[in-house]
Design a protein around this ligand. Structure first.
Ligand code: HAM
Length: 447
């Protein structure tokens, strides 16, 4: 294990600290990014609402053992990438690497088995994985996801894939859906034996990682991107040939439902996913241009599948479930790469400019009057000089500026300036809210 780096103590010692930075693989989301985040979040929330998925928020910290049990102790996520630590009370806790385990925990903890099934959840929030950072792979990133717990019908799997395909398309991204079935615990065991036998005879040609996987997690060999392992993969037994009747039937029906609504998908016999809780259907969403050869794990915009054993595995009653999660930073990266036209954030409608202390005080109160009436207002109350203030109004793209100088304070008036054409008029200060309603909302003035 690596020795922990010494903490910076200069601040505590009273010296001026120098150059604090975000941690490696973590990013600030700056105001300039907001239009992308709002666009994705709003669209995801609209889909959740329209498809009947209700919002759930679970804590960012959970017991480490929840993920060891749910995601699997041998997976990369748990074995290598967890931010886990012992807290002040001696509890072993971690920053969540994903949300499905937490939602299954919440479903059990709050007795949601007694609600009409399936219970459908939507979430949006930060996740943490101590992976090697690169484009599209961060240590602190955001996912939104949809989970339907308490229904085994294949239409649920198809609905989730359909929903996400439509959502990504409405965001302006063309995607390719890769789909596979990894069977249930029974048929998968038989397949695993076949796979291990196949690879054991060819062990010397495997990369070091796959040699380890052969013992600990043989399905993940199929996921290996090392060039040397590819020829072996092509000849390897495929799980679809080993599915039991129930799993085969389930998979065929999922595909039929997808055909029904014209969702294009690729059957990918090598898709196994990096989390242990999956059963039957698994799927991933790739940008269309990244489909086919050379596709990298970090290209996936989202992934998910059925996890029929997870709730029981965490101590609940046997409860089938299916879900998906999407990577927000990866989606935003793609939107930018593809120059997708993202709607700008609403510009301020009114800019308040003032000259002199009395005007400043009067304008200070006006901010709240205008806000209460639903206007988006910005101001420059700390500034002097009208010219500078009007330049700011321009920069912010305000439609109107309201200008109050000493003369207007004495007269009980205020100047309204149309920032586009530059036309100005003087109105009664007491009528300013009504006047702005007329100009910006088309309301009639009543006396
Ligand atoms: P996952 O495939 O591990 O699945 O993650 C889903 C998506 O989160 C990925 O396709 C990717 O877009 C994004 N993502 C994952 N790791 C990173 C990272 N280090 N940096 C940036 N983005 C990342 C799950 O997490 C499952 N909980 C999905 C699920 C929900 N299965 C059933 N329900």
């Amino acid at each position: 294990m690596k020795k922990p780096r010494a903490a910076r103590v200069s601040a505590a010692e009273g010296k001026k600290p120098k150059g604090f930075q975000t941690l490696r693989g973590m990013k600030d989301i700056l105001p300039g990014e907001n239009k992308y985040w709002d666009f994705v979040r709003k669209k995801a929330e609209d889909f959740a609402l329209n498809y009947g998925y209700e919002r759930i928020e679970t804590p960012i910290l959970e017991e480490t053992s929840l993920f060891i049990r749910a995601v699997g102790g041998e997976t990369d996520i748990v074995a290598k990438e967890m931010f886990s630590f012992v807290d002040q009370g001696g509890d072993n806790i971690c920053l969540r690497p994903e949300a499905t385990a937490s939602i299954a925990r919440a479903y059990i903890q709050h007795g949601m088995v007694n609600l009409p099934q399936p219970v459908k959840f939507f979430y949006f929030g930060p996740m943490f994985r101590h992976d090697r950072p690169q484009a599209g792979r961060l240590r602190s990133f955001h996912q939104f996801g949809f989970e339907a717990i308490g229904d085994s019908h294949p239409i649920i799997d198809a609905e989730i894939i359909f929903l996400v395909s439509n959502l990504l398309e409405e965001l302006g991204l063309k995607v390719n859906v890769q789909i596979n079935s990894i069977g249930c615990s029974r048929c998968r065991e038989a397949y695993k034996t076949k796979l291990v036998n196949y690879y054991r005879d060819r062990r010397s040609s495997l990369c070091d990682n796959c040699k380890r996987r052969l013992v600990k997690n043989p399905l993940r060999i199929l996921d290996c991107k090392e060039e040397g392992c590819q020829p072996l993969k092509e000849e390897a037994p495929q799980i679809v040939d080993y599915l039991c009747e129930d799993c085969k039937n389930h998979f065929v029906r999922v595909l039929e439902y997808l055909d029904e609504v014209n969702v294009l998908y690729n059957l990918n016999p090598y898709l196994v996913r990096g989390l242990d809780y999956y059963t039957k259907t698994v799927f991933e969403f790739f940008p269309q241009e990244a489909a086919g050869e050379g596709v990298q794990k970090q290209d996936a915009l989202g992934g998910g599948g059925r996890y029929d054993n997870l709730v029981e595995f965490l101590g609940g009653r046997p409860t089938p479930a299916c879900g998906v999660a999407l990577g927000v930073e990866r989606i935003i990266l793609k939107l930018k790469e593809n120059n997708v036209d993202v709607p700008p954030l609403p510009a301020p409608e009114i800019f308040l400019a003032q000259l002199g202390e009395q005007a400043r005080k009067k304008i200070f109160g006006l901010i709240e009057d205008l806000r209460k009436n639903g206007f988006r207002v910005i101001h420059s109350l700390s500034k002097e000089g009208i010219k500078k203030q009007l330049e700011m109004a321009n920069k912010f793209g305000a439609k109107y500026a309201l200008i109050l100088g000493q003369k207007e304070v004495l007269d009980g008036t205020i100047i309204v300036r149309d920032m586009e054409g530059g036309a100005q008029e003087i109105i009664d200060f007491s009528k300013v809210v009504q006047e702005m309603k007329k100009k910006l909302r088309g309301d009639q003035i009543t006396n």
